[in-house]
Design a protein around this ligand. Structure first.
Ligand SMILES: Cc1cc2nc3c(=O)[nH]c(=O)nc-3n(C[C@H](O)[C@H](O)[C@H](O)COP(=O)(O)OP(=O)(O)OC[C@H]3O[C@@H](n4cnc5c(N)ncnc54)[C@H](O)[C@@H]3O)c2cc1C
Length: 438
C-alpha cells in the first residue's frame, strides 16, 4: 500500500509510525512538507526555552529511518502537487497540514502596524521562513497579548525573558539580536473570561513565576470572583487559581519588568498613533459595569487560536474551518459521505487542541480506519515510486530528501555550537537550497 502523508509535524509522523509498524499490511510512506525542514510546530512553534520538548524529534528521526519511508521536503501541496496527482500516485492519503491561519478578533484597528497575530511573532523568533522578514518592533515599552491559552503565555514569556537566557537555545539569530535591544517593560496578558476559563496549563502559568526580574500583578477582584466558582479539586482551573493566588500574594519588588494578568476583559478597538502604529487598546470589562478603559500600549499580539487553510479539491468545513471529516475520515457533500482513501490527522482534523503527545494515539486511531477501509485497495495499480519524483522534477521543484535535511541539520548544529546553542537555524529557504546545491 502506497500512502502519501502531507505535513511532517507530530501528527504526520505518528501516522507514519503507526502505518510502518503494521504487521497486517506492507506500507510505503511518502511524507511531503512545504518546507525543506521537517517537524512542523516542534521546530516552528514550540518555544526555544522549551528545548527538552523539542527532543521529541528523535522519535520522528527513528520513524524517518525506516526503509519504507521517504521525506519529500520543499513540496507544497496545492501548489506543486494537486489532489488529483496524489490520488493517481497513492492508494491512500493522510492530510496532516496543521492549522496555518490565525483567528481574528474582528475589531476596528486590527492589523495596523504593530498589531500582529502571535503566530507571526512565534514564527519570527523560531526562524520559520514565512516570518523571517516580519517587522517586530521591540522598541515600545508596553505590549498587550490577547488570549489566555498556552500560545499567549509563550508569547508573554518570550517578551519578558532575558536575552542572555535565550542565547543558549535554538532561537533565531535575528530574534535574539532584537530581544537584546528590547525596551519592553510592561506586558498585559488579557483574556475575556475568568481564571477558571483560561485554557493555559498550570505548568505554563507556573513558569511565568520564575522569570528573572519580573513583578507579577494580578487584580485581587478577579481572583475573588473566581474563588466562588466550584472547581473540582485538582482540576486545571483549580491549580491555575492556586498559582494566581500565590502571584497575588507576592510583594511587588520594583523589578525592571512587570507582567499584568488581566481577566474578564475584551479588546474593542486598536487605536492608532499619527504614524498609523498602535498607540493604545480599548478594553471592555465583561463581568461588571465599568467604563471602557484606554490601555496605552505600543504593540498588540493576538493569540486567540488558529484555523485551517482550504486547499482546492479537499473538502473543507467552512464553519469549523477544518478539513471536513468524520472521526478522521474525509467526508464531502451535504450528506457527509466518506471520500474514500482520504484521511486527516492532528490539528488539521480537530483544530488547535492537544499537546504533541496526544497526537500519537489520535493518529494511530485514524490509521486503524485506513487499514479497515483500505483492505484490497493495494490491488489498484499505481505508478512506480520514482514517478512522483519525476513529476516534481518536471515541475522544477527542488525536492529536499531526508539526507538533504540531515545535511542542513549538521550545518545548523555547527552554527549553533559557535553561539553555545543546540542549533542556529537557517531561516531562508533559498539559502537552504543553495547549501544543498540548488
Ligand atoms: C506557539 C505554539 C507552541 C506550542 N508549544 C507546545 C509545547 O510546548 N508542548 C506541546 O506538547 N505542544 C505545543 N504546541 C502544540 C503542538 O505544536 C501541536 O499539538 C502539534 O504541532 C500539531 O501537530 P500537527 O502535525 O497537526 O501540525 P503541525 O505541527 O503544524 O505540522 C503541520 C505541517 O504541515 C506542513 N504543511 C502545511 N501546509 C502544507 C502544504 N500545503 N503542503 C505541504 N506541507 C504543508 C507544515 O509546514 C508543517 O510542517 C504548541 C503550539 C503552538 C502553536
Amino acid at each position: 500500500m502506497r500512502v502519501a502523508i502531507i505535513g511532517s509535524g507530530p501528527a504526520g509522523f505518528y501516522a507514519a509510525e503507526a502505518l510502518l509498524k503494521r504487521t497486517d499490511a506492507v506500507v510505503h510512506v511518502d511524507m511531503f512538507d512545504r518546507l525543506p525542514t521537517p517537524f512542523g510546530l516542534v521546530r516552528g512553534g514550540v518555544a526555544p526555552d522549551h528545548q527538552r520538548m523539542k527532543t521529541i524529534t528523535r522519535a520522528y528521526e527513528k520513524t524517518a529511518s525506516h526503509p519504507s519511508f521517504r521525506f519529500l521536503g520543499n513540496v507544497c501541496f496545492g501548489r506543486d502537487l494537486s489532489v488529483e496527482d496524489l490520488r493517481r500516485h497513492y492508494h491512500q492519503i493522510v492530510y496532516a497540514m496543521g492549522n496555518e491561519a490565525d483567528r481574528r478578533l474582528g475589531i476596528p484597528g486590527e492589523g495596523i502596524t504593530r498589531c500582529t497575530p502571535s503566530s507571526v511573532f512565534v514564527g519570527w523568533y523560531n526562524g520559520h521562513p514565512d516570518y523571517k522578514d516580519a517587522r517586530i518592533d521591540l522598541s515600545v515599552s508596553a505590549v498587550a497579548v490577547i488570549g489566555h491559552g498556552n500560545v499567549g503565555v509563550d508569547t508573554t514569556r518570550l517578551l519578558l525573558r532575558s536575552a542572555e537566557e535565550l542565547a543558549a537555545t535554538d532561537i533565531a539569530g535575528h530574534a535574539l539580536a532584537a530581544l537584546r535591544q528590547s525596551r519592553i517593560r510592561d506586558v498585559f496578558l488579557i483574556g475575556r473570561g475568568g481564571p477558571e476559563d483560561a485554557t493555559f496549563t498550570p505548568k505554563e502559568l507556573g513558569e511565568l513565576g520564575h522569570l528573572e526580574d519580573v513583578d507579577i500583578i494580578v487584580e485581587a477582584d478577579d481572583l475573588a470572583a473566581a474563588a466562588v466558582v466550584a472547581n473540582p479539586e485538582g482540576s486545571k482551573a483549580e491549580q491555575n487559581l492556586h498559582i494566581l493566588q500565590s502571584y497575588a500574594a507576592r510583594p511587588l519588588a520594583n523589578r525592571a519588568k512587570r507582567l499584568h494578568l488581566r481577566f474578564w476583559t475584551s479588546p474593542s478597538e486598536v487605536i492608532a498613533d499619527s504614524a498609523g502604529g498602535v498607540a493604545a487598546l480599548m478594553l471592555n470589562r465583561n463581568n461588571r459595569q465599568a467604563a471602557p478603559e484606554r490601555l496605552p500600549v505600543g504593540m498588540v499580539l493576538t493569540a486567540i487560536g488558529f484555523a485551517g487553510n482550504p486547499i482546492p479539491g479537499v473538502p473543507f468545513d467552512e464553519k469549523l474551518r477544518l478539513i471536513a471529516n468524520d472521526d478522521g475520515r474525509v467526508v464531502a457533500g451535504p450528506d457527509r459521505r466518506p471520500v474514500g482513501g482520504e484521511y486527516v490527522v492532528g490539528w488539521a482534523r480537530t483544530g488547535p487542541q492537544g499537546l504533541i503527545g496526544s497526537h500519537k494515539a489520535a493518529s494511530a486511531h485514524v490509521v486503524n480506519h485506513m487499514m479497515v477501509d483500505g483492505a484490497g485497495l493495494e490491488q489498484r495499480p499505481v505508478p512506480e515510486p520514482e514517478a512522483i519524483i519525476s513529476l516534481l522534477q518536471e515541475r522544477e521543484t527542488q525536492i529536499v530528501s531526508l539526507d538533504d535535511w540531515r545535511r542542513l541539520d549538521e550545518v545548523e548544529t555547527a552554527r549553533g555550537e559557535r553561539r553555545g546553542a543546540p542549533r542556529d537555524k537557517i531561516v531562508d529557504v533559498e539559502a537552504m537550497l543553495r547549501i544543498l546545491g540548488g
